[in-house]
Design a protein. Structure first.
Length: 437
């Protein structure tokens, strides 16, 4: 152990540690789990906490929540590191937990970044979790379905933690101001608090770390330290990119991305993508919006566009930022260069109009299933023609309600692959019109 010297001074704990709440009343965010009457809160209050995986982005309270659980249930808390521990260390901790249990002391084993443990390390937990020697609380930023052994995962409840809202982070920042620098009164304008909350992108640790830096270089005014816009800008280095993800600029940027892709401009699309990501936008939000774009603006002109968009969403879900930026870039470039068709969007709009105006239009009898003899006697299924029984794999049976017979909702364009589908649809219609039905 390192011995202190005459000149050594104790470094203050990081602000995030000094501000860590000790109970649920001081815990910020995750109301869907720990709000009054919610599932995890009830488990904690009744001391019926199971082994669990806390899955969520960085800085949303996974470690804090684990410590609160241990404190509330009066269990011994062991903080375990994936980086510093191997199978040998795991077994040593488990043996100690078994001894403690014999003397009436239960143990909560908190494993941060459990996705970093290899299969052998995760397997070493399994028998002790099964026996109840420890209550395992694993924390991960990665999808546990992919990163946690299925045998271990099946013995744990998974709780999904959400990124903190900007309003939650603003509350946290205001709570931190009186203690951010020991012995100093620190002040910060509301507008800058909101700006920092937006910059932190749901991460409490980031918000507090930046606040601590910005306060340390704040201006002295009347014995107070004032966090200025300049100080905040220097600590984030991204002043021009800060924007409220729920405000106007959020919608302006996603609109710019969509319209650039629609106009087949990959350079502009990549620029607006970078503006959003570097401003702290959730990559999953961008990927979700682009899956809509793939069907609305590309559609049958290139059906693979939707596959690319969904694959990009899954990649973002698995690895997150900053690595998933390249997946999103591939997606927006592909969507920009793909042939464009809005025929699917127009088809649904036309069908929705008729559906809303004809909600009571009966399903034709020949399209109904006669699941009882009574229904069969009423004509259900009578006249139905099974397409697979024909050489053409087609019949001239009508499938729309009589009132809407002959209506054309899907009107394909001649763009990309949709030209092929347009020819196929024209052939089908010509064949059907050649009969009497």
């Amino acid at each position: 152990m390192e011995q202190p010297t005459f000149f050594s001074t104790a470094a203050p704990a990081p602000l995030a540690d000094r501000l860590r709440p000790q109970d649920l009343e001081g815990f910020i965010g995750q109301k869907h789990l720990v709000g009054p009457g919610k599932v995890l809160r009830l488990m904690i209050e009744r001391d019926l906490v199971p082994s669990m995986i806390l899955w969520g982005p960085p800085g949303v309270g996974k470690t804090t929540l684990a410590r609160i659980i241990a404190g509330h249930t009066h269990r011994h808390f062991v903080d375990f590191s994936a980086v510093m521990s191997g199978v040998k260390e795991i077994r040593q901790v488990m043996e100690q937990a078994e001894q403690d249990r014999r003397f009436g002391q239960d143990t909560i084993l908190f494993v941060d970044e459990i996705h970093r443990f290899n299969k052998a390390q995760q397997d070493a937990f399994l028998p002790y979790v099964e026996k109840g020697t420890v209550t395992l609380i694993g924390a991960t930023t990665e999808n546990p379905s992919f990163e946690v052994n299925s045998a271990l995962l099946s013995r744990c409840r998974v709780f999904v933690l959400k990124a903190l809202d900007a309003s939650d982070l603003a509350v946290l920042i205001r709570r931190a101001l009186p203690v951010v620098i020991e012995g100093r009164q620190v002040e910060m304008e509301d507008a800058l608090i909101d700006q920092l909350a937006a910059f932190a992108n749901g991460d409490a640790r980031t918000a507090l770390s930046v606040l601590e830096m910005a306060a340390s270089i704040g201006e002295e005014r009347g014995g107070k330290l004032i966090v200025t816009a300049q100080a905040l800008s220097e600590c984030t280095s991204r002043k021009s990119l800060l924007y409220d993800k729920k405000g106007e600029e959020h919608y302006n940027l996603i609109s710019a991305l969509h319209k650039s892709m629609r106009n087949s401009d990959p350079d502009a699309a990549v620029y607006w993508l970078a503006r959003m990501l570097e401003g702290g936008e959730d990559p999953l939000y961008i990927a979700r919006r682009c899956t809509r774009f793939a069907a609305e603006d590309v559609g049958m002109a290139d059906p693979k566009a939707l596959e690319i968009a969904v694959a990009a969403f899954q990649a973002c879900h698995m690895i997150g930022m900053p690595e998933c930026s390249v997946h999103l870039t591939e997606m927006v470039v592909y969507l920009s260069l793909a042939p464009k068709s809005n025929a699917l969007d127009r088809a649904y709009a036309l069908a929705r109009r008729d559906a809303q105006n004809a909600l009571a239009e009966p399903v034709p009898l020949h399209l109904r299933n006669a699941v009882t003899s009574l229904m069969a006697s009423q004509g259900y299924g009578k006249g139905y023609e099974y397409a697979h029984d024909t050489q053409e794999k087609l019949t001239r049976m009508t499938c729309l309600p009589e009132k809407l017979r002959g209506t054309a909702y899907y009107q394909p364009t001649d763009q990309g692959l949709e030209e092929r589908y347009a020819r196929r649809l024209a052939e089908i219609k010509a064949w059907k019109e050649g009969g009497s039905k």
